[in-house]
Design a protein around this ligand. Structure first.
Ligand code: ADP
Length: 477
């Protein structure tokens, strides 16, 4: 059995209560987490503030970069171990879990290099003045992490904040905290000063809410549901501190008749079923030009029928959903679609050796769905895609923009002008032309519009969010 504790000021400590750790592939309880309270959050924020005012805050940018680079090497060296842990905790097929661990190493590499390349500007001004800007860390940053990609989100959120010189308090999701704790261990062994990274596990209602509302926190990064994002923003608003919200999505891929269909096919399906569809930037809507609707639907269906679902360790196309509750939620949507008479074009299959207690669900492809149907509007967060036909470029744009979300969009066409028109017209934080996701590059700013949130993580852009600007005007005559 795994027994995890809180990590505050470089030390491990027990909490008053615990939470169970479940393996979603089997439904078995494999350990316990500490259920952190508001008092634990207080201690973690105090530890972060002390690190910011002390050893961590005193490092130069280049020294911070070197520490992050060392952690990156250690994460890379232990990618297999981290992947095993994540596969057990989240139910991710091993290959995906390993890709997440390597992505975390790559974030560390990128932000290690960026730490000493972040600087202000000089501004031409009145005679006798020299004006410049300083980019300063906020101080203590809070990071509330979801369960779907713990390592990648720690990479793009926590690592960026550390590179910019902040001290951090991390609240991982109660369903998936193990790799956040492993990361804390690795970071400390690699020389991160105590208090620069604190991990308070626990529930969202207790530990998460206390952290978002804490007056000692100077910036809050949140990735998760739109509903909780609104609570976080309101809580942070009480302290007038900035927030980065990376919320849900209902991201479309728009396929025109002139697209390279063979190239498109794997992207169309993988973007919907990767991580069992539990991905903010999942492409859950496939908009297909009517003239190729039938042949493309047949090819999509064939791919769906070939999908295999099973335990993370078996490394099939799709693993389990994170929990029984999540599975029930997705099943409800599928039942709703069936009840409304929607056509199920194809389903994947659950492997015969999939453990009985696992939260498995067959990927489901719905065809001919009206753009305003619930299944084409709500973020389902499961391996479910809807195919929606369209007749013109204008109609495609209208459907693509016809949800409350705007995270990512994909456009498939060989017509360069059309690709650019669509790129300009769609509401999204990222647009992919003739691909989807571009391999998830850490360099590429990521975030949403509308109910998908605001602020950008990843790339250099995140470093601007993790700093605040001070303008200095010196009069010297
Ligand atoms: P999901 O639907 O992916 O579970 P949530 O938005 O519920 O997303 O959870 C994302 C993260 O937010 C988790 O770490 C969770 O514990 C935390 N969380 C949930 N509710 C709250 C809350 N009221 N205040 C702060 N954090 C919360």
């Amino acid at each position: 059995m795994i027994t995890e504790q809180l990590f505050i000021a470089g030390k491990w400590s027990a909490a008053k209560a615990t939470l169970p750790v479940e393996d979603p592939s089997t439904g078995e309880i494999i350990g316990t987490l500490a259920a952190g309270t508001a008092d634990d959050v207080d201690a973690a924020v105090a530890a972060a503030q002390a690190a910011y005012s002390g050893a961590w805050g005193k490092l130069t940018a280049a020294e911070r970069g070197r520490v992050l680079a060392r952690i990156g090497k250690a994460v890379e060296a232990r990618a297999d171990e981290l992947a095993q842990l994540e596969a057990r905790d989240v139910g991710k097929p091993l290959k995906q879990a390993r890709a997440d661990a390597l992505a975390l190493a790559r974030y560390l590499e990128f932000y290690a290099g960026a730490a000493d390349k972040l600087h202000g500007e000089t501004i031409p001004y009145l005679a006798g003045y020299t004006v410049f800007t300083l980019r300063e860390p906020h101080g203590v940053t809070a990071h509330i992490i979801p369960w779907n990609y713990p390592m990648q989100i720690i990479g793009r959120s926590v690592v960026g904040a550390l590179a910019a010189g902040n001290a951090t308090v991390v609240k991982p999701a109660e369903e998936a905290s193990l790799t956040a704790l492993a990361f804390a261990r690795i970071a400390h062994e690699a020389g991160l000063p105590p208090g620069a990274l604190n991990v308070v596990t626990g529930t969202g209602e207790q530990a998460g809410a206390a952290l978002a509302a804490h007056p000692g926190v100077h910036h809050v990064s949140f990735t998760g549901s739109t509903a909780v994002g609104a609570l976080i923003q309101a809580a942070a608003g009480q302290n007038a501190v900035p927030v980065t919200l990376e919320l849900g999505g209902k991201s479309p891929q728009i396929v025109f008749a002139d697209a390279d269909m063979e190239r498109a096919l794997p992207f169309l399906v993988n973007a919907g079923i990767q991580n069992a569809g539990q991905t903010c930037s999942a492409s859950s809507r496939l908009l297909v030009e009517r003239t190729i609707y039938e042949p493309l639907l047949e090819k999509l269906s064939a791919r769906y029928r070939a999908l295999r679902v099973g335990a993370a360790r078996d490394d099939l196309d799709v693993g389990p959903l994170i929990s029984a509750a999540q599975k029930a939620r997705v099943e409800k949507y599928i039942a709703h679609g069936r009840g409304d008479g929607l056509t199920i074009a194809a389903e994947g299959a659950i492997a015969s050796n999939a453990p009985r207690g696992g939260h498995f669900l067959a990927p489901t492809l719905f065809a001919g769905v009206a753009p305003d149907h619930l299944l084409a509007q709500d973020e389902i967060f499961g391996p479910v895609q809807v195919v929606i036909p369209f007749s013109s470029e204008d109609e495609a744009i209208q459907i693509a923009n016809g949800t409350q979300y705007g995270l990512v969009a994909g456009v498939w066409t060989r017509d360069g002008g059309r690709a650019m028109r669509l790129t300009r017209a769609v509401h999204a934080g990222q647009v992919f032309i003739n691909n989807y996701g571009a391999g998830g590059g850490v360099e590429l700013p990521f975030g949403g519009v509308g109910r998908s949130g605001h602020g950008r993580e990843k790339g250099f852009e995140a470093l601007y969010a993790f700093t605040r600007l001070k303008t200095v005007a010196a009069f010297h005559g």
